[in-house]
Design a protein around this ligand. Sequence first.
Ligand SMILES: NC(=O)c1ccc[n+]([C@@H]2O[C@H](COP(=O)([O-])OP(=O)(O)OC[C@H]3O[C@@H](n4cnc5c(N)ncnc54)[C@H](O)[C@@H]3O)[C@@H](O)[C@H]2O)c1
Length: 248
Amino acid sequence: MGRLEGKVAIITGASQGMGEAHAKAFVAEGAKVILTDVNDTAGTKLADSLGENAIFVKQDVADAAQWADVLAKAEAKFGTVTVLVNNAGIIGKIAPTTELAQADFQTVCDINQLGVFLGMQAVLPGMIRAGGGSIVNISSIAGMVAVYGSPNLAYVASKFAVRGMTKQVAIEYGPNNVRCNSVHPGYIRTPMMAAATDEEGGEALSMIPLKRLADPSEVSNLVMFLASDESSFITGMEHVIDGGMTAA
Ligand SMILES: NC(=O)c1ccc[n+]([C@@H]2O[C@H](COP(=O)([O-])OP(=O)(O)OC[C@H]3O[C@@H](n4cnc5c(N)ncnc54)[C@H](O)[C@@H]3O)[C@@H](O)[C@H]2O)c1
């Protein structure tokens, strides 16, 4: 029996990078998965390749109406959603704080922060009716500490916000057996990382004790653990996966 047998999971930002890795791992462990993303070409292709336990729904996570559509399609196909992985995110415009336009700040917060709120608000009623669920919010080490070379202040602000919202939902809905945890990756080899630094991690490598970047599947192992009943007494906590980078 798979580790996620019986779970119905929404994974946002699932067309590439870590979301893609999570979707593959979740289906392999028995979950029924709704992949969502603004990139429908890659997302549809990926969902098709994963077989009958996966569907793709095009979605901008910052749009509340689109969350309602995702929920309706998920429930019609697989039943009540019991796992949400809020993974979609952007780094936004790379700029020092004095040069960051308000519109650029807002765009990052709309996707990375508002999108996480809307996702949790959308799935909570069903999880409560079902007697429980697990929400995994993808933050960053930039939600734990300020990071030298961070793309911009908005990214850090939004990732700290994800950490706080996670704790609030954990205490509000713990009595309903809904767990909510945040994951804080360091440097993971994805298209986002490749856009922000060079292939091997550039100068960041000297700050990573394990002296390498991570494969997205290494983060999937943690996300699966938090989504599954293996983590049944873990909620409201930060889970850092960074090769030791923030240990110092
Ligand atoms: N790669 C890293 O090193 C790293 C480190 C820390 C945290 N993270 C976080 O992990 C998550 C996944 O990152 P990744 O590296 O796989 O990124 P990625 O850019 O490779 O993939 C992100 C996906 O999200 C989608 N997306 C963007 N805006 C969206 C929106 N409005 N609605 C729906 N989907 C949208 C993109 O189309 C893309 O498919 C992000 O939240 C990111 O901030 C990444």
